[in-house]
Ligand binder design. Structure first.
Ligand code: PLP
Length: 399
């Protein structure tokens, strides 16, 4: 059976050219990047090249890139780092209701430590209104944290506008750009951010490595305590092969950004249009224009999302009910409920997320299989049968 992977927002396959670069650092250049001998210096050179590559992708300076263990650590380091370094009277943070748990749970942890947090709400578009962020600000606000692209809907947030606002008010601004880096243009100068989180495994790099962009002059307390690695900003022996892989992935992404985002958007649009043409009672969740080229989130009425994902998987198509972190839980997605979906509609929502290795054949395969799966599942849905009967003309006049 041909298998199709449409869950690239959960994780992406490692690019073969990235693997080749990493291989040498696992088998040959295995030194500790802090060692002064030849092995150590080879490793250090690999890390510093990767820092340049990541910086170039973000239009940042290499000295502003700190390597971490991934998106979660980068988000934690940004939120805790800013708040803990702030003066005692500046303990208010503004974030949004649709953040990834890497930010939301960190904000909750800050609240338990006495920090006040405002969660800006969002409408059906899944796009934050900068005016709501402005209204949430207080004299004591020290940090705004708004994600760049939402992982479930793909919706893009007005980071530039919020960046201007933050600058005017002299408030630090962090964005979780884990889903957007490598997929669309991410320029820290244009966005006006002070801190930006990214993760290797979302851009065809390895898992367990990420970076935090920290604008020069930002005062940050370190999350971890240990040695003097990463210029005292993140202790721990560097994950050299992972970092080198992240650097290579950043370079590949930068080289192909424009053409790839157009190609993937066309595939996503064909998939979305094909599904909507072949299935009834289906709608797109969130704004259809302000979103990543890779993502569509569709609501299939009278369907139970988990059952759909399993039925599609049995036929070789991998998609998801939303974020990998919340799948398996009975609670509907916090993002989908935040945009106003009732729990049954949220549970009937499916995310298809495409990536560099998807082809037109993958879309064709999904479009061949999906209508039958939807029909089969709806046939056993008591709600669907009842509505279908009650909407038949003969049933309408019945009293
Ligand atoms: N932020 C967003 C928006 C994500 O989608 C993810 C991963 O799904 C993360 C943060 C966490 O990144 P990592 O898996 O590298 O810890």
């Amino acid at each position: 059976m041909k298998r199709v992977y449409f869950d690239n927002n959960a994780t992406t396959p490692l690019a073969p050219e990235v693997f080749e670069v990493m291989r040498a650092y696992l088998l040959e250049d295995y030194g500790n990047a802090s060692s002064i001998h030849w092995f150590g210096q080879r490793a250090k050179a690999g890390v510093e090249k990767a820092r340049e590559q990541v910086a170039r992708l973000l239009n940042a300076r290499a000295s502003e890139v700190v390597f971490t263990s991934g998106g979660t650590e980068s988000d934690n380091a940004a939120l805790f780092g800013i708040v803990e370094a702030a003066r005692a009277e500046r303990k208010h943070v503004v974030t949004t209701a649709i953040e990834h748990p890497a930010v939301l749970s960190t904000a909750k942890a800050l609240e338990r430590r006495g920090v006040s947090v405002t969660y800006v709400r969002v409408g059906a578009s899944g796009v934050i209104d900068p005016a709501d962020v402005a209204n949430a600000l207080r004299p004591e606000t020290v940090l705004i944290s708004v994600m760049h692209a939402n992982n479930e809907l793909g919706t893009l947030q007005p980071i530039e506008e919020i960046g201007r606002l933050a600058r005017e008010r002299d408030i630090y601004f962090h964005t979780d750009a884990v889903q957007s880096v490598g997929k669309i243009l991410v320029d820290v100068e244009k966005l006006g951010v002070d801190l930006l989180a990214l993760s290797g495994h979302k851009l065809h790099g390895p898992k367990g490595v990420g970076a935090l962009y920290v604008r020069k002059g930002t005062i940050l307390r370190t999350l971890l305590h240990g040695g003097h690695h990463e210029r005292d900003r993140r202790p721990g022996t560097e994950n050299v092969a992972g970092i080198v892989g992240l650097g290579a992935a950043a370079e590949v992404a930068r080289a192909h950004l424009a053409e790839e985002s157009g190609r993937v958007a066309a595939l996503r649009d064909r998939l979305e249009a094909g599904i909507m043409a072949s299935v009834t009672h289906v709608a797109v969740n969130g704004d259809r224009t302000r979103r990543l080229p890779t993502t569509t989130n569709l609501r299939f009425d009278y369907l139970e999302g988990e059952g759909f994902v399993i039925a599609m998987d049995l036929r070789g198509i991998a998609c998801s009910t939303g974020s990998a972190c919340s799948s398996g839980s009975l609670e509907p997605s916090h993002v989908l409920t935040a945009i106003g979906l009732k729990p049954d509609k949220a549970r009937a929502s499916i995310r298809f997320s495409l990536g560099r290795f998807n082809t037109g054949e993958d879309v064709d395969a999904a479009l061949r299989i999906l209508p039958g799966v939807v029909e089969q599942l709806r046939a056993v849905s008591p709600h669907y049968r009842k509505e279908a009967v009650s909407s038949q003309p003969s049933a309408v006049g019945k009293s």
